[in-house]
Design a protein around this ligand. Structure first.
Ligand SMILES: [Zn+2]
Ligand SMILES: [Zn+2]
Length: 342
């Protein structure tokens, strides 16, 4: 099979198309013909060796969907021909948190697809059955592959822990990033009024086209007063945070009484100050949200399908353009996702 193989950490040029033997599935795995694989910022971090250094050679890519062509002997609930997407990491399945379905808190995580095992930059990949979710009929592979990494945190932030209701106001910080754009879309189709915070005037029109009712251009944490003005002094019912400490105190200054503040991104690690008396007096709820379980992914894929949500896809490219895709991402030419179609 054709696969993009990383044999040394470094720049995009280290991603090279090679011929590899087709994997065969273990008893608890399924072999997928990969139909789509998102190119994520995490892929660039893995490729560069900046954070962790998984064993090489490696086929990266964790945002994958495909068609099952073979199942291992112990797999009884999937069959060849099934269209599936995968959650992007492996868990133990046995610890306290796995047993109650909160697998993103697994105490013995086994690592990410595309790091501890072969990923989706290939024609075929073997994936544990415990990772797979059926794709609803009619939802394209290119959309389904984005369910777990791209849409899960904003979905959980807006719908599950944020519990947004039609007519409520949702503020999204870092709205022109991948998580931010998804949060705007999910909040909009959930019936909320959306206020997008972005650093760039050039992105205002794109955010409005995506469904933002208002866009505030702000390079620091001073947007809270603007949000209050736009909401008649009341503030937002939900703030979805994709930037973190760098935009404080904007998010809390934006928050209404009884508001929910959900953190899904923290870019700088800058600690923040919170006056806890305000948390009491205003009955604020503050949450953090991590990645998707299979149940989450199943719910998200149906949500994407039923609401006809259109992920922002910059372009689709063949497998041999993986290096070029990474180059474009590095040069910040990309808005939304590049999808590889092996
Ligand atoms: Zn990703
Ligand atoms: Zn576990």
């Amino acid at each position: 099979m054709k696969a993009v193989v990383l044999r040394a950490y470094g720049g995009p040029e280290e991603l090279k198309l090679e011929e590899l033997p087709r994997p065969s599935p273990a008893p608890d795995e399924a072999l997928l013909r990969v139909r789509a694989c998102g190119v994520c910022h995490l892929d660039m971090i893995v490729r560069s060796g900046m954070r962790s250094r998984p064993k090489l050679p490696l086929v990266i890519g964790h945002e994958l969907s495909g068609e099952i062509i073979e199942v291992g002997a112990a797999v009884t609930d999937f069959a060849p021909g099934d269209r599936v997407a995968s959650i992007n990491y492996q868990v133990c399945g046995e610890c306290k948190w796995c047993r109650v379905g909160r697998v993103s808190l697994c105490m013995h995580p086994r690592g990410e697809i595309g790091q501890v095992r072969q990923g989706g930059y290939a024609e075929y990949v073997a994936i544990p059955r415990a990772n797979l979710v059926r794709i609803p009929d009619g939802l394209p592979f290119e959309h389904a592959c984005l369910g777990a990494c791209c849409f899960a945190p904003p979905y959980k932030a807006v719908r599950q822990v944020g519990r947004v209701r039609p007519g409520e106001t949702v503020v999204v910080t870092g709205a022109s990033g991948g998580l931010g754009m998804a949060a705007i879309q999910i909040a909009r189709v959930s019936g909320a009024r959306t206020i997008a915070i972005t650093t760039s005037q050039a992105k205002v029109e794109r955010l409005k086209a995506l469904g933002a009712d208002e866009v505030i251009v702000s390079r620091d944490g001073t947007f809270g007063d603007d949000v209050r003005k736009l909401t008649g002094g009341i503030g937002a019912d939900l703030v979805v945070e994709t930037v973190g400490g760098a935009v404080f105190p904007g998010p809390l200054r934006s928050l209404a009484r009884g508001g929910r503040y959900v953190v899904i991104g923290e870019l700088t690690g800058k600690p923040v100050e919170i006056n806890l008396a305000l948390v009491i007096l205003k009955e604020w709820e503050i949450y953090g949200v991590e990645s998707a379980s299979r149940e989450d992914l199943n719910e998200i894929l149906h949500f994407m399908h039923r609401t006809a949500l259109q992920p922002t896809i910059w372009k689709t490219m063949p497998l041999d353009a993986a290096a070029e895709a990474h180059r474009q991402l590095t040069n910040r030419e990309v808005v939304g996702r590049i999808i590889l179609k092996p």
